[in-house]
Design a protein around this ligand. Structure first.
Ligand code: ADP
Length: 187
């Protein structure tokens, strides 16, 4: 099972990816989490991406691709991947590198901006500095609409897209994704 989750910040990608990875018994890979770990550990790559991650800007493609490639190399039996690709340039890069085997299905978690803003405001007390600053939250939402949302058409055109209402309670969303995946598996 190779599953990609796409959604705005606050759409529940991380929560759903964890539940689905558990369900399918494959690793949950989060580009954001991998980058934050490099930043926290102060690696050379971490120092290069820190300002992007902290300011809610997209980190340079080649750095993100390197970090994700390393994680995918260790996931021979499949994965649930979220946060990558985050732009059409990254999807093309993944297609060139891995071919069609990169993704069986791409799940788009649809959530209105009003809902993601509320969720991120609630998460503000958590540890992530990019969740604490309203200006940075707005920048991430703008980046999502400008850079990431075009992936919805990109993967729809390739017949890989499944759209799920992400504004429901987390277990309801998980069930909706599993139902949609079962439907796409029908001949
Ligand atoms: P969210 O979706 O809530 O913004 P993530 O954990 O997915 O949270 O990402 C956090 C930050 O990490 C992003 O704002 C960006 O700076 C960086 N990042 C994560 N994935 C990518 C990617 N594929 N390309 C570029 N930057 C990325």
């Amino acid at each position: 099972m190779r599953l990609i989750l796409i959604g705005a910040p606050g759409s529940g990608k991380g929560t759903q990816a964890a539940a689905l990875a558990d369900h399918f018994g494959v690793p949950h890979i989060s580009s954001g989490e991998l980058l934050r770990r490099h930043v926290a550990a102060g690696t050379a790559l971490g120092r290069e991406v820190a300002r992007y991650v902290e300011q809610g800007e997209l980190a340079p493609d080649h750095l993100v691709t390197a970090v994700v490639a390393e994680a995918l190399a260790g996931a021979k039996r499949g994965y649930v991947l979220e946060g990558f690709p985050r732009a059409v340039s990254q999807a093309r890069e993944a297609e060139a590198r891995y071919g069609a085997g990169f993704a069986d299905t791409v799940v788009f978690l649809e959530v209105p901006d009003g809902v993601t803003r509320q969720r991120l405001a609630r998460r503000m007390s958590g540890g992530r500095s990019d969740d604490r600053d309203p200006e940075i939250i707005e920048r991430r939402l703008r980046r999502f609409h400008a850079e990431t949302e075009p992936l919805v058409d990109y993967y729809r055109d390739r017949g890989l897209l499944v759209e799920v209402d992400g504004a429901q309670r987390p277990p309801v969303v998980t069930r909706a994704i599993l139902t949609a995946l079962a439907d796409t598996a029908q001949p």
